[in-house]
Design a protein around this ligand. Structure first.
Ligand code: MOS
Length: 742
C-alpha cells in the first residue's frame, strides 16, 4: 500500500471552482420567477410598533407584498432546540407580535420584482413606534447579573470550585487581582447571510448559508409545523462564517414566510449592517482573575469570575472560565460565570467561543504574575504544568503544551528577548515579545456518512456537512481515499445537502474528528460489502473464497499474501451491476470519553513594534506551535492557523462593535468603522505542529484545529504590548491611546 494520504499536503479539491467563480454560494442559486425580499429593521431599541404605513409603499413600482406583524400568518413555532441553541429562553418569533426587543429587530419585510424596488420601498416605509429606554450596557448597575439556569453544552459550567481559592489567594505571598474587558465582536465573514426559499405545495427548498444544515431543516420545519422531510436545505459553499451560521436566524424564517405569502421563490440577502443585528456576536465580557503564588512561582490559588452579555429572551452561554479549571496545576481553584441580560439580540459562538475570551484574562494574569515574580513567563507555565486534569481528576488523552513552548520559542527566537519591559528597541520603535497558552477541547459528536462505489471506478462519498473554509471537501476526500485505498482523484466527496447522512454542526472544531470518523466507518463498511459480493460472484476469481482470507491493498481485493493484483472495486461492481452502497457512523466511545480529559494545547508567540510617539502598534511576527493530534493536511492546517491568528490580531487590536448606549444601535455596523486586519496588518505568521499521537480521541487521532488557532493570540499580543511599553492593557481591543497615556 502506498504511503498514507493522511498527512499529505493535498491542494484544495475545490480550489479551482472557488477561484474560477463556478463555486455556488447560497445567493447564487437564483430561481425562475424569483422575487426579492428586503428586511425593515427596527430603529428603536425597545418598545412597540404602533403603525406601519404599508399602503404608501405598496403602490411603489414592482412591490409584491409588505409583510408586518399585522398581516403575517401566525406560525406554529413548534418547540425546537438544538445543541447550539441556548438551553434557556425562546428564539425570536419574527413578525408574530408588535414588541420590539432590540435595535435592528425585523419589523417588516418588503417583497418586490427587483432588489432595487424592494430596497426603495423598504427605505421609504414609515414605521412609528412607542419607545422605552433599553438597557444595553452590561456595566450598568441596573443590568441584572443572573446565574445561568442551564448549560448550552455540558462543559459550560456556571460555578466550579476545588479547595479554598479565596483563602489561598488572600494568604498568598505574591498576588495578582485584576479585571479584564473584551468588546463585543461581530463575525463579519465575507459572505453575507443569504437564503433563497422556494415552495412546491407544502415542500420547501432553502438554498441557505448554514453551518448546520440538518438543524436548519429541523428548525424551519418546526417553525412552519411541517414534517422535517418536507424541508430541504442546500449549501455547497460558505464564504466564511466563524460561528455566525451555526444557528438558524430569523431571516431564514422570513424568506420562507415571504415566499409562501407571494407564492413565488424569494431571495433574501442580509446587508452588512443587518449582520450586526440578528446573526449573533461574540458577547462583551468582563472578567476578574486573581492569582496567588509562592515566590518560586507555584500557584496556590486561582479565582476566575466571568460575566457575559446575553439577551432578555435567551440565556446564551459560552465556556468563558472553563480553561482555568484544567490549564494549570493548583489545589485551590474557583471559577464563576454570570450573565447580564440586556435589551439586545442574542449573542452566539464566535471562533474559539468562550475559551478565547477566558484565556485572554487568565494568560494576561499569568504574564502579570511572571513580571511580579521575576520569572520568565514560559518558565512560570512550566512550574505549574499539571500531571492530570485536576478539575476532572483524569489523565489527559494527550497534552503537549511544554513541547509546544519548546518548539515555538526556538522558532520565534524567545532567547533574544530581554526580560525587562521597554528594554528592546529597533531604532526608535519599542519592541515587545509576548507568549500565551492556547487550548480548546477535542470534541467529537455522532456523525454518519455514505459511500457509493460506482461501476466507473469512482467512489461517491456524502455527508450533510458544511465547509466554511477549513477545507472539509479536501480533508474528507483524503480520509475516504485513505480508507478505500484509492487515489484522491477517484473520490467525489459531496456535502451541503440536508438529505445526506446526518452530521453535527460544522463548528466546535469537531468536523474532522466526527465526520472523518464516520467516513472511515462508511469506507470500511463499503469494502466489507464489496468483498462479500466478490466471493458470492460465480464469475469472480475470488468466488467462494473465505472473506477472512482476503485483504485489501491499494483499492484491490486479493487473497492474503498472494502477489496477484486482485480485483478492483470497479471489477467487482461492474460484474455485479448495482453500485456498492454503504453507510457508516461513528461516535466517541463513552467509556473512553469518561476516562480521559481531551483537549488540544498550543503556545503562541507574538512580537510587536510600537511607535512611542504616536502609539501605533504593529504585530511583526506570530509563531503558534500546536499539539492537535494527527495533522490530516499540513497545507489546510497552516491555513486554519494563519486564519485564526488573523482573527486574534483583530481581537487584540481592532475588532469592536460600539453600541450607542441610548438605543443599542451599533454605530459602526459597516466595514469602514468595524476594523479588521487587512494585508498590511498581517505579518509573518508561522504555524508549527508537534508530533502528537493520541490513540484515545477517535480512530483518526485528530483533535480538531479551527478554534484553537484563534485562542491564545490576543493575550500573546497584549503581553507583547506590555513587554514593549511597560503598559498593561486589560481591555480589548488595545488602542493607541492605551499605550500613549502614562
Ligand atoms: Mo465555530 S464558533 O463552532 O463556528
Amino acid at each position: 500500500m502506498s504511503a498514507s494520504l493522511i498527512g499529505r499536503p493535498l491542494a484544495r479539491v475545490d480550489g479551482r471552482a472557488k477561484v474560477t467563480g463556478t463555486a455556488r454560494y447560497a445567493a447564487d442559486f437564483n430561481q425562475p420567477g424569483q422575487l426579492y425580499a428586503v428586511i425593515v429593521s427596527a430603529t428603536v431599541g425597545l418598545g412597540r410598533v404602533m403603525d406601519v404605513a404599508a399602503a404608501e409603499v405598496e403602490r411603489m413600482p414592482g412591490i409584491a407584498a409588505v409583510i408586518t406583524h399585522r398581516n403575517a400568518p401566525k406560525l406554529p413555532y413548534l418547540p425546537h432546540r438544538a445543541v447550539i441553541d441556548p438551553a434557556v429562553g425562546e428564539r425570536l418569533h419574527v413578525l408574530q407580535e408588535d414588541n420590539v426587543r432590540f435595535y435592528g429587530q425585523p419589523v417588516a419585510i418588503v417583497v418586490a420584482d427587483t432588489l432595487d424596488h424592494a430596497e426603495r420601498a423598504a427605505t421609504a416605509l414609515r414605521v412609528t413606534y412607542e419607545t422605552r429606554q433599553p438597557l444595553v450596557d452590561p456595566a450598568d448597575r441596573r443590568a441584572e447579573k443572573i446565574v445561568p439556569e442551564a448549560a448550552t453544552r455540558a462543559r459550560a459550567l456556571a460555578d466550579r470550585s476545588r479547595g479554598d481559592a479565596d483563602g489561598a489567594v488572600a494568604q498568598a505571598p505574591v498576588r495578582i487581582d485584576e479585571t479584564y474587558d473584551i468588546a463585543r465582536e461581530n463575525h463579519n465573514p465575507m459572505e453575507p447571510h443569504a437564503t433563497i426559499a422556494a415552495w412546491n405545495g407544502d415542500r420547501l427548498t432553502l438554498w441557505s448559508k448554514s453551518q448546520y444544515l440538518v438543524n436548519e431543516q429541523a428548525e424551519i420545519a418546526a417553525v412552519f409545523g411541517l414534517p422535517a422531510e418536507n424541508v430541504e436545505v442546500i449549501c455547497p459553499f460558505i464564504g466564511g462564517a466563524f460561528g455566525t451560521s451555526l444557528r438558524t436566524w430569523p431571516h431564514v424564517t422570513l424568506a420562507a414566510l415571504a415566499a409562501r405569502h407571494v407564492a413565488r421563490p424569494v431571495k433574501l440577502v442580509l446587508t452588512r449592517k443587518q449582520m450586526f443585528f440578528t446573526t449573533g456576536h461574540r458577547p462583551r465580557t468582563r472578567q476578574r482573575v486573581a492569582l496567588g503564588a509562592t515566590p518560586e512561582g507555584r500557584l496556590t490559588g486561582v479565582i476566575h469570575e466571568g460575566m457575559g452579555e446575553t439577551s432578555r429572551y435567551e440565556q446564551f452561554m459560552e465556556a468563558l472560565t472553563n480553561v482555568t479549571d484544567y490549564l494549570y496545576s493548583c489545589p485551590n481553584v474557583r471559577t464563576q460565570y454570570r450573565l447580564a441580560q440586556l435589551d439586545t439580540s442574542t449573542p452566539n459562538h464566535m471562533r474559539g467561543p468562550g475559551d478565547a475570551s477566558g484565556i485572554f484574562a487568565l494568560e494576561s494574569a499569568m504574564d502579570e504574575l511572571s513580571y511580579k515574580l521575576g520569572i520568565d513567563p514560559i518558565e512560570l507555565r512550566r512550574r505549574n504544568e499539571p500531571q492530570i486534569d485536576e478539575a476532572e481528576n483524569k489523565p489527559f488523552s494527550s497534552r503537549s503544551l511544554m513541547q509546544c513552548y519548546e518548539l515555538g520559542s526556538e522558532r520565534f527566537g524567545w532567547a533574544r528577548r530581554t526580560p525587562k519591559p521597554r528594554s528592546m528597541r529597533d531604532g526608535r520603535l519599542l519592541i515587545g515579545m509576548g507568549a500565551a497558552t492556547a487550548t480548546y477541547p477535542a470534541f467529537h459528536a455522532p456523525a454518519s456518512a455514505r459511500v457509493r462505489l460506482l461501476a466507473d471506478g469512482l467512489a461517491e462519498v456524502e455527508a450533510a456537512a458544511s465547509d466554511m473554509g477549513p477545507g472539509t471537501y479536501t480533508s474528507m476526500t483524503q480520509v475516504a481515499a485513505e480508507f478505500l485505498g484509492l487515489p484522491p482523484e477517484q473520490v467525489r466527496f459531496r456535502l451541503g445537502r440536508s438529505a445526506y447522512p446526518q452530521t453535527p454542526s460544522h463548528g466546535g472544531s469537531w468536523t474532522m474528528a466526527s465526520v472523518g470518523s464516520a467516513i472511515r466507518a462508511a469506507c470500511l463498511e463499503a469494502q466489507a460489502q464489496a468483498a462479500r459480493r466478490a466471493v458470492a460472484d460465480t464469475r469472480s476469481p475470488l468466488f467462494e473464497a473465505s472473506v477472512g482470507n482476503l485483504e485489501w491493498s491499494a483499492g484491490h481485493l486479493r487473497r492474503r499474501g498472494e502477489a496477484s493484483t486482485g480485483l478492483s472495486y470497479q471489477d467487482i461492481v461492474a460484474r455485479t451491476g448495482a453500485p456498492v452502497e454503504a453507510e457508516g457512523s461513528a461516535q466517541r466511545d463513552p467509556e473512553v470519553a469518561e476516562r480521559y480529559s481531551m483537549h488540544s494545547f498550543g503556545a503562541v508567540f507574538a512580537e510587536v513594534a510600537i511607535d512611542p510617539d504616536v502609539g501605533t502598534i504593529r504585530v511583526r511576527h506570530i509563531v503558534g506551535a500546536y499539539g492537535i493530534g494527527r495533522v490530516v493536511n499540513p497545507l489546510l492546517a497552516r491555513s486554519q492557523c494563519t486564519g485564526g491568528m488573523i482573527g486574534g490580531i483583530g481581537m487584540a487590536l481592532m475588532e469592536r462593535t460600539v453600541l450607542d448606549l441610548r438605543d443599542g444601535r451599533p454605530v459602526n455596523a459597516h466595514m469602514a468603522d468595524y476594523l479588521m486586519p487587512v494585508n498590511l496588518d498581517i505579518p509573518k505568521l508561522e504555524a508549527l505542529f508537534v508530533d502528537e499521537v493520541d490513540p484515545h480521541v477517535n480512530p483518526l487521532g485528530v483533535k480538531g484545529l479551527g478554534e484553537i488557532a484563534l485562542v491564545g493570540t490576543a493575550p500573546a499580543i497584549a503581553n507583547a504590548v506590555f513587554h514593549a511599553t511597560g503598559k498593561r492593557v486589560r481591555s480589548l481591543p488595545i488602542h493607541i491611546e492605551d499605550v500613549l497615556t502614562a
